[in-house]
Write a protein that binds this ligand. Sequence first.
Ligand code: XBP
Ligand code: MG
Length: 256
Amino acid sequence: MTLRALIFDVDGTVADTEEVHRQAFNAAFLEMELWWNWSAGEYIELLKVSGGPERITHYIARLKIGQSEKERLTGLVPAIHRVKTRIYYELISGGRAPVRRGVVRLMREARAAGLEVALAATSSTSNIEALVSASLEHEALGGFSVITSADQVAAKKPAPDLYLRVASQLRVSPEDCVVIEDSANGVLAAKAAGMVAIATPSRWTATQDFSAADLTLYSLGDAGEPLDPVTARSLGAPELGIAQVVALHARAMQAA
Ligand code: XBP
Ligand code: MG
């Protein structure tokens, strides 16, 4: 089983988008005349639920209000999320989300090594495309073998559906894939799909449990911002390069 594909989660992995998502949620609540406003601290907790509609529903379920009011508000979730998605699309199209260090370099190294490079996200395809166009200026959409989002599968992370769909679209076996993920749900989804998972927690997910990951790094490292000496020594390089990804995959396959 040789490594054939490198799959990047999008939100929090390719770029630090969650602050933009949080602002879009709050702007949507305002527009819908709802009294909610998610603080950064609250959002870290809410991010343990994957998916915008699921997150709002989870939030409503915990409000100290009557059951009938909860049902009325839950009925509004699709409308709230449509407004949120419109606002997010506008914000992200303005290039508001910084790309994480080393992501573009590792994508290019993977392509140069003949690997498929794919994107997989819980958010919608249009949101991913807006982010790629606005923030990954040199990485054309065409540079990705597959771009898949949760609106194409039945169950969101931590279910394996999204990653299994990427593997089938790439016509590769899940075992031939390595996933880069910033969330615990994402790592669990990749592992449930039978893939090797590298976790790169973000400032929003740093408190989550990444014990299921095959490797956890706080960053991929990059020229000008190498990994700290201890991490670099354990990795055998100042940044996570495609050679380290191939070696990790080979070790995981031998151990399987
Ligand atoms: C990200 C999510 C998404 C975003 C919000 O997960 O869970 O729900 O936070 O986007 P991942 P939507 O990085 O695992 O893809 O509101 O479009 O769902
Ligand atoms: Mg993510």
